[in-house]
Design a protein around this ligand. Sequence first.
Ligand code: SF4
Ligand code: F3S
Length: 103
Amino acid sequence: AIDPQFETNREKVGEENGVAVWGPVDPPEKHGIHGTHVAVDFDICLADGACLEDCPVDVFTWVDTPGHPESDIKAEPTHEDQCIDCMLCVDVCPVDAIDVDPG
Ligand code: SF4
Ligand code: F3S
């Protein structure tokens, strides 16, 4: 599962698609955690898609991660600023790849 303490335990190494990326990043095998308020561990996500289907405000968009061992697309929390903290995505992800931190 995603580490809910990632902001303490990891370093922000950049941004992609407008969201923070928390390392380590070493593509194609490692993409780190993407997002902060809504965070997706790209190295755990296996492209189930439930988060995209269920999010009431369409926070997530697919991005390509060719060659990643779990899946070659991932759910990017592109519109994390629109999140209403309903926690649906956290509940439906089968591999607990998502952390939402109501602030
Ligand atoms: Fe969308 Fe709710 Fe998840 Fe926020 S907590 S990203 S609104 S499903
Ligand atoms: Fe990935 Fe979980 Fe969404 S596996 S696509 S973060 S439901």
